[in-house]
Design a protein around this ligand. Sequence first.
Ligand SMILES: Nc1nc2c(ncn2[C@@H]2O[C@H](COP(=O)(O)OP(=O)(O)O)[C@@H](O)[C@H]2O)c(=O)[nH]1
Ligand SMILES: [Mg+2]
Ligand SMILES: [Zn+2]
Length: 330
Amino acid sequence: MSRKRSPHRQQQQQQKELSNNAITDEFNSGQVVACYGAKVDVEDDNGTVYRCTSRRKFGAVVCGDQISWQATHDNEGIIVEVLPRHTLLARPDDIGREKPIAANIDQIIIVFTVKGLTDENYHLNHNLIDRYLVAAESLDITPVIIINKYDLLTESERKQLESDVNHYKSIGYQLIHTSTKQERGLEQLTQQLQHQISVFVGESGVGKSSIIRSLLSDNEIRVGEVSASSGKGKHTTTATTLYHLSSGGDLIDSPGVREFGLTRIEPAALAFNFIEFRSYFNQCRFHNCLHKAEPQCAVKQAVADNEISQCRYENYLEILESLNQKLSPY
Ligand SMILES: Nc1nc2c(ncn2[C@@H]2O[C@H](COP(=O)(O)OP(=O)(O)O)[C@@H](O)[C@H]2O)c(=O)[nH]1
Ligand SMILES: [Mg+2]
Ligand SMILES: [Zn+2]
C-alpha cells in the first residue's frame, strides 16, 4: 500500500479527531473507480483498489473524483477530502434534485443507434441529439457523437444517415459510426478517447457497455468487474464503473446516465449552447434577442440562407419552449 504523508499537519489532526475509527493519521490519495451509494472503490497510484466510506458532508462522491482517505480497522478506508472538481456531470432525480454522476470529465460520448432498439425502422432522433449537445456545451465538456450498430444498416440507409448527420460534422462535431459486431470505427474512437476522461451516455440498449468492452483488454475488463461486483449486494450492471484504456485515458460506463440535465439552463442562455448560432448574435437587432419572433434576427436570417440547419433551429425553438414551460427537459 503506498502512503503519502500530507504536509498539512494541522488539518490532519483535525481530520483524525473527526474520523475516530481511522487507525492512522496518514493520508492516501486516489481516484474513485466505482460507486455503490455510500461506498466507493478508490484506486491508488499503484493500481490497488480500496473500499472506502464517504461522509454525508461530502455529498455524493462519484467516479472520477480525486480523494484523500485514511485506513480503518476493517481494512477499508474513510474519505477525508474530495478534491475540487473541474467538471461535474449530474442529472435530475425523480424530484428534480441534481444527482451527480461523474466528476472531472473531459468528454461526453453520446451514443445513438438508428436501428436496433425496440423499433426496427430507421430513425435518427435529432431532437435528442441536440438536447445532449446542449447539455454537454452548457457543462463546457466536449461532446462526441457515436452512431452505433452500423452493421444493421442497408446501403441506402447508410447513405441516408450520411446526409442526416452532415450538419453536425459541418459545425465541427466529431461523429463516428461504430459497430461492435464488425469492429468498425473503434480505432478512430480510441484515438478520440486517448488521455481524456470520457463518460458514455445514451439510451439503454444502444451499445455503450459493448463499445467500452470492445475497447478494453481482458485484464482491464476483469479489474473493473472485480471492483464492481464486490459492491455488496449490487450487481455489476448497476454500478457506475471507471475503466482505464491501456493507451491512456479513462472510460466511465454508467447505467444511470440515460438523461442529463438541461434544468439549469436559462432560456436566454440556450442559444449560446447551439455553437453555430454564436457568430450571429451581435448582428441581431436586439441584444437580448431570443431568435424566435424578433425582427431583424441574424440567426433566423442565417437559417433562411441555409447557413444554419433548419433542423437545428427547429430543435432550438422546441427546447426553448420546453425550458419556458419548465417541462422536464429530457
Ligand atoms: N448489431 C449490433 N448489436 C450491437 C452492437 N453493439 C451492441 N449491440 C447489442 O445491443 C444490445 C445492448 O448493448 P449494451 O452494450 O448492453 O447497451 P447499453 O445498454 O447501452 O450498455 C446487446 O444485445 C448488444 O449485443 C453493434 O454494433 N451491432
Ligand atoms: Mg450498459
Ligand atoms: Zn436573433
